[in-house]
Design a protein around this ligand. Structure first.
Ligand code: FAD
Length: 404
């Protein structure tokens, strides 16, 4: 008899949220993760702004209360002009108080989310967690899927299940094996992230800041420590040498140009990354399904990648539960693709492309017009609510619900 078990590849935020949500409804899940106990927590922090709708989902699986203790509740965010450090517009999530139980974002990094989710997964009897196990390939037939892995003992092993979900991240082997194109583009510039132990609030910034400049836009975000850290993102030219860019003196000089304090910043880390805007042509073929970064990647400006990936996980879990309970047939997974692919293209991708353009705009007249519009929007409660419904992805979820 074929197992009703769901195989999830990847214990990232998307794989773990999916597994926890499925297990909560009594579904057996096998999570396969290449990293082991010894190196699971050595991952780069990456994503960290959790939007209100995501917080509702995290609460549903018992994760929110753990994360609130490790994060920063941030109701406000700023658009700022780098020149003269001028505030353009302040948006306040309290405009969403009738739309969500969480009218704020929680600044809590991916690494903390996976650490806490892993603890919950370990305590959940419906989840079999296979760490230090690398997924290599799979096959599917009419009755189920077979995932091939190299297990923790270094031996090849076949694992059987009803469906296979790739939460493997952007380099998804499942997507490649399915021959699904990852359509889109890669930005020519790379983003330099510098982490600094310095309280930028004393200079007027809030916990999340999108800073516009025709020559060097940036983002500035606050993360809970100890010690508290602020991440500053800067664009850099593709051809610039990584070693030269990340030399302490070069980073110090860049930070002083950004905010001249006259005193050296305490730099506690840095990394350089390439940014893609890509959406998979298909989100499912037969019993193999893509979710999170395996299905779509985008610029981090606007904090939508992980959030929309977690939204994929919850949408998918609901449908898989219905299929396994024989309350829906497998075609319901086509709706998953219609809903979530629409969100990836029309919300996540469209908004993050727009966000970057807005910050980097060079034409002074267009900059002025954009900034006036942001100001007007933030000052009018009705417009501000509409803006926040979009930026927090609540509207994307409502729109997806209307897709048949
Ligand atoms: C600098 C930066 C900042 C970001 N900031 C934000 C933000 O503020 N908000 C936001 O929403 N998003 C943000 N993102 C995007 C976010 O990090 C990703 O969208 C998110 O981590 C995707 O989650 P995932 O679970 O799909 O994949 P991942 O987080 O990539 O996890 C994939 C997991 O699969 C495992 N795996 C991979 N291959 C295999 C294999 N063959 N076998 C077994 N296991 C495997 C990996 O080890 C990993 O644990 C940011 C990204 C970057 C780079």
């Amino acid at each position: 008899m074929t197992s009703d078990r769901i195989i999830v590849i990847g214990a990232g935020p998307v794989g773990l949220c999916l597994a926890l949500r499925l297990a909560q409804d009594g579904v057996q899940v096998c999570v396969i993760e290449a990293l082991g106990e010894d190196n699971f927590l050595e991952q780069v922090p990456r994503a960290g702004t959790n939007h209100p709708a995501t917080l509702e989902m995290l609460d549903r699986i018992g994760l929110y209360s753990k994360l609130e203790l490790r994060g920063i509740v941030a109701p406000l965010f700023h658009y700022r002009e780098r020149k003269n450090n001028e505030l353009i517009a302040e948006f306040d999530h309290s405009h969403l108080k009738d739309d969500t139980r969480f009218p704020y974002v929680l600044q809590c990094e991916r690494i903390k989310i996976v650490e806490e989710a892993l603890k919950l997964a370990k305590a959940q009897p419906n989840i079999e967690l296979r760490l230090a196990t690398t997924f290599t390939s799979f096959t599917q037939d009419a009755d189920g899927v077979t995932a091939r892995v190299n297990n923790a003992a270094g031996e090849p092993e076949a694992i059987r299940g009803a469906y296979l979900v790739s939460g493997e991240g952007a380099r998804s082997i499942v997507r490649k094996e399915l021959g699904v194109a990852f359509e889109g583009f890669t930005y020519p510039d790379r983003t330099l992230n510098i982490e600094v132990a310095h309280d930028f609030r004393q200079h007027g910034y809030t916990e999340r800041n999108y800073i516009s400049d025709p020559d060097e836009w940036s983002n500035l975000f606050h993360w809970k420590g100890p010690p508290d850290r602020w991440r500053v993102h800067f664009p850099t030219a593709r051809e610039e040498d990584e070693a030269a860019l990340t030399r302490p003196e070069a980073m110090q000089a860049r930070l002083q140009r950004f905010l001249p304090t006259g005193k050296p910043f305490d730099i506690v880390g840095s990394n350089l990354y390439v940014v893609h805007q890509r959406v998979a042509e298909k989100f499912r073929i037969g019993r193999a399904i893509l979710a999170g970064d395996a299905a779509h990647v985008n610029s981090p400006i606007g904090a939508m990648g992980m959030n929309s990936g977690i939204h994929d996980a919850f949408n998918l879990a609901e449908k898989l539960v219905c299929i396994l309970r024989r309350e829906a047939d497998a075609d319901v997974l086509d709706r998953y693709e219609r809903q979530r692919r629409h969100v990836a293209l029309q919300h996540t991708q469209a908004q993050t492309i727009r966000n970057k353009r807005l910050l980097a705009e060079k034409d002074p007249a267009v900059r002025r017009k954009n900034h006036d519009e942001l100001r007007r929007t933030a000052e009018d409660p009705k417009l501000a609510r509409a803006f926040l419904l979009r930026s927090s992805l609540i509207e994307s979820l409502r729109e997806a619900e209307r897709i048949p």
